[in-house]
Ligand binder design. Structure first.
Ligand code: BGC
Ligand code: NOJ
Length: 829
């Protein structure tokens, strides 16, 4: 069952009922100011950091779900309704929500009155513009009122939902004309403020939540001022400040009126905070006036429909350009839709927000993840390489000089989060992978010389190359008894906590250190991760390639020897006969072996081991992939492990705390499905690669939206696995490494157009039924128009490759570097 449809010509998903199985959201904003907006206009806004600069308030896990956001209420002759149906939930005569690239349009119609609201954050602008077009489509004149509503968060979202004894007494606002300013704490220690304005005269306002609602026992679905058809002109004094504009409107039949609201954020320099000192104002009792110059300038930028149209057009061309860098034309519309539009769009969102703010991530739990952000770059780097470069430097600057990493950092302060700490064994390797991906995309070898400090030596002169070096050797220097990398606190799978042994409620599996390992430095020196071993052998060659390019042959050979040794150790101690083990636990026992009672096979190490060709000569690669198909493949994707754990295994930690089929305990963890897709494509089994790709790609799950529940245009982190009661149900949509990795899987492995240090590799691995396909790829300033022909209906194998008519050896198109368009023709066979 579907709840809408894709409108590919406009790059939109069109939702035609407000009652989706879960709030289906979109993201507005790309740089500083961000908003989350659901199909009923729920959500919130923040500047840069969803925890430290939250602008509007949002209550997670509330009943009912998704109450609160920015709402418009219309009172038409006593009938109160919202264009997005919620929160009043008056049945609408017509409803539609269009989520597009950086904007959302919500339309509602009731009793002949139509309201169309376009929400977007313009480029280089710290505010959300909301253009409301009201049209009387009836046959008689209409007199009605419209109320806006935004509830201010008191900036620090964590403090806002815990520190009530203070926060109920700090709220402050200032009102000037049609603009309501949120100035809580501004006088004291904050230099930022927010405002909500409308480009017309208003008939009243409310800034106190309780006054707007009329009673502390009312919810957003029942505001008394709206019902009464008149604002109360309340002035917030502590408690919960809001911003609501009230306006009376009369429309003749056929007549329209446009109102433009702006929810903005601005910062003032310390010495320009105040417009003036003034004698204590009787209403506000404040002895100061906010310097509003920045707000005035912001308001001036979007206060007419023409300016709004220009802002929308700028946004549209920005996305047109971003999406023109990798464009595909395959025989499958759903592939085209994912690659050309939605997967790339999601990659931008994950790049911007890491795992911080979604409908499943509260925005207060985590900032940017070290491993997360590095992986996000893999799917994003071709879009805006300059931003990827900046991000790489930010991330690397949180690294320690021994190669260890803070697991997370706050985007506002760019400092590692000490409360989470480090010792996640895989973290450093993702840094090598993302820097290599950046160089392969851009050819900017200069990044290796960029000055990048270490967290524990902030003033020191260090280069990015040194960061790669300590990352590589952080693995090599931390090996366990089998010569495999120590698992430490956890590897990619946060929920395999081999040094935790927790038997006390409330201990965080991921940050708790069992005292028995304290003396050893916080984690077992026995537990080893086969996943990190395979990730090392897969990623290490990029480091070697970099050293070779720099002419450091000795260092390259030394690093290569470590990779070879790791491959040998892995084959000797971690090949279980039909697949690779997952780990050795702190007791030195095998995890993920046919010998285990549960959790006999895990997905994570397998794809990287296959692509590293570990044991290829003995057929380990194909055996492994066949085992995955046999034990992990099911209707909705590949489960993470099998059989699911049914007991708590204290030696494994969090993974065995989930009911079977959810999350890391045998859920379909879509992120790692991509690694298998890549591996299947790598060995040339294009059908299998495509089968796995299409099982989880959102455009393909659209038809079963009632089971899948989350948005059919973006990936979620997890789908209930075959052991789950809710088999096939998606969760944790939007912010997941799945976005970047599936972009890599489809664009670089299946479609096979992959940047390398010295050119563009074209080596597809596709379903044999395809006659061929086309890719347009902008790469290092040139345009490559690639046409792949598949006359023999094979999955993989480049028989002939020509560039501008000239045949070349191998399948790497050299960089022309002339800024021109080049025709690449590839014949498979
Ligand atoms: C959990 C992961 C989860 C992540 C997202 C981690 O603490 O272990 O499974 O994906 O948080 O919230
Ligand atoms: C989500 C986290 O963001 C990611 O870093 C981790 O690898 C997966 N969960 C698996 O546990």
């Amino acid at each position: 069952m579907k709840f809408g449809y894709f409108d590919d010509s406009r790059k939109e998903y069109v939702i035609n009922t407000p009652k989706t199985p879960y709030p289906w959201i979109n993201y507005l904003g790309n740089q500083g100011f961000f908003s989350l907006i659901s199909n009923t206009a729920g959500g919130y806004s923040f500047y840069m950091d969803a925890r430290l600069r939250r602008i509007t308030r949002y209550r997670y896990n509330n009943v009912p779900l998704d109450m609160g956001g920015r709402y418009f209420y219309i009172n038409d002759n006593g009938t109160v309704w919202n264009p997005g149906w919620s929160p009043v939930k008056t049945e609408l005569d017509e409803y539609e929500c269009r989520h597009g690239m950086g904007y959302t349009i919500i339309k509602g119609k009731k009793d002949g009155l139509k309201a169309e609201v376009t929400f977007f954050v313009p480029q280089n602008y710290d505010g959300e513009v909301q253009q409301v077009v009201l049209t009387n489509e009836g046959s008689s004149a209409k007199e009605f009122s419209i109320f806006s509503m935004a509830e201010w968060c008191l900036w620090d979202a964590q403090d806002d939902c815990t520190n009530f004894q203070r926060n109920f007494s700090t709220g402050r606002v200032e009102i000037e004309g049609s603009t309501i300013y949120h100035v809580t704490e501004y006088r004291d220690r904050r230099n930022h403020y927010a405002f909500y304005t409308v480009n017309d005269e208003i008939d009243g306002y409310d800034t106190d939540r309780d006054a707007f609602l009329g009673s502390i026992y009312n919810g957003w679905d029942n505001p008394e001022t709206v019902k009464a058809g008149k604002a109360s002109n309340s002035f917030a004094d502590g408690w919960s400040p809001i911003a609501s504009h009230y306006k009376k409107i009369t429309l003749a039949p056929g007549e329209s009126k446009t109102l433009i609201y702006i929810l903005g954020y601005a910062e003032n320099p310390q010495d320009k905070k105040f417009a003036s000192e003034k004698p204590a104002n009787l209403l506000t009792r404040e002895a100061w006036v906010l310097n509003k110059e920045k707000a005035y300038a912001m308001i001036d930028r979007y206060n007419t429909p023409e300016k709004v149209a220009a802002g929308l057009e700028e946004l549209r061309t920005t996305w047109e350009n971003l999406l023109s860098i990798y464009k595909v034309d395959t025989p499958d519309d759903k592939v085209n839709r994912m690659v050309n539009i939605w997967n790339q769009y999601q990659c931008m969102v994950t790049f911007n927000l890491s795992r911080s703010a979604s409908y499943f991530e509260s925005g207060i739990g985590r900032g940017m993840g070290f491993r997360d952000s590095n992986q996000d770059i893999l799917g994003f780097v071709h879009q805006i390489p300059e931003r990827a470069r900046e991000r790489l430097i930010d991330i690397a600057s949180t690294q320690l000089s021994d190669g260890g990493c803070y697991h997370q950092y706050q985007p506002l302060t760019k400092k590692g989060n000490a409360d989470i700490g480090g010792d996640f064994s895989d973290d450093p390797l993702w840094m090598i992978m993302s820097v290599a991906a950046y160089i392969k995309e851009t050819g900017d070898w200069g990044i290796l010389d960029a000055n990048v400090p270490f967290d524990d030596d902030p003033e020191g002169k260090h280069t990015m190359l040194e960061h790669l070096n300590v990352s590589f050797y952080h693995i090599v220097n931390n090996l366990g008894p089998h010569g495999l990398p120590l698992a430490m606190r956890a590897d990619w799978n946060d929920c395999i906590n081999l040094s935790c042994f927790s038997d006390t409620p409330g201990e965080s599996f991921q940050t708790y250190t069992n005292p028995k390992f304290k003396a050893e430095g916080g984690y077992s020196k026995i537990a080893e991760s086969v996943f990190v071993a395979a990730l090392f052998t897969y990623t290490g060659p990029a480091y070697v390639g970099i050293l070779e390019h720099l002419g450091k042959a000795d260092e390259a050979a030394k690093a290569q020897a470590e990779i070879d040794k790791m491959k040998k150790n892995t084959m000797e101690s971690a090949f279980d006969g039909e697949w690779f083990l997952r780990a050795y636990d702190a007791n030195g026992e095998k995890m993920g072996s046919h010998e285990c009672e549960e959790g006999k096979i895990f997905i994570e190490p397998q794809g990287f081991a296959v692509m590293s060709e570990i044991g290829k000569e003995e057929g380990a690669d194909i055996k492994t992939l066949n085992s995955i198909d046999k034990y992990l493949n099911c209707e909705y994707g590949l489960v993470l492990n099998n059989p699911a754990f049914t007991k708590y295994y204290i030696q494994y930690g969090e993974i065995s705390t989930y009911p079977g089929g959810y999350k890391e305990n045998a859920g379909i963890f879509t992120h790692n499905n991509a690694w298998i897709i890549c591996a299947e494509a790598y060995v040339g089994r294009g059908e299998k690669a495509f089968e796995y790709y299409s099982k989880i790609a959102p455009a393909f799950t659209e038809e079963t939206s009632d089971i899948h529940k989350t948005e059919p245009y973006v990936y979620g982190q997890m789908i209930g696995g075959k052991d789950a009661k809710n088999f096939g149900q998606g969760k944790n949509s939007w912010l997941t490494g799945t976005a970047a990795w599936n972009m890599v899987a489809i664009s670089q492995y299946i479609l096979g157009v992959k940047p390398e240090f010295d050119g563009l590799r074209v080596d597809p691995s596709i379903p044999s039924a395809w006659d061929g396909f086309k890719v347009e790829r902008k790469f290092r300033g040139d345009v490559y128009e690639i046409e792949i022909k598949n006359p023999d209906h094979v999955c993989k194998g480049v028989k002939k490759l020509t560039v501008d008519g000239n045949e070349i050896e191998g399948c790497i198109v050299p960089v022309a570097g002339d800024g021109k368009t080049h025709k690449v023709e590839v014949v498979l066979g």
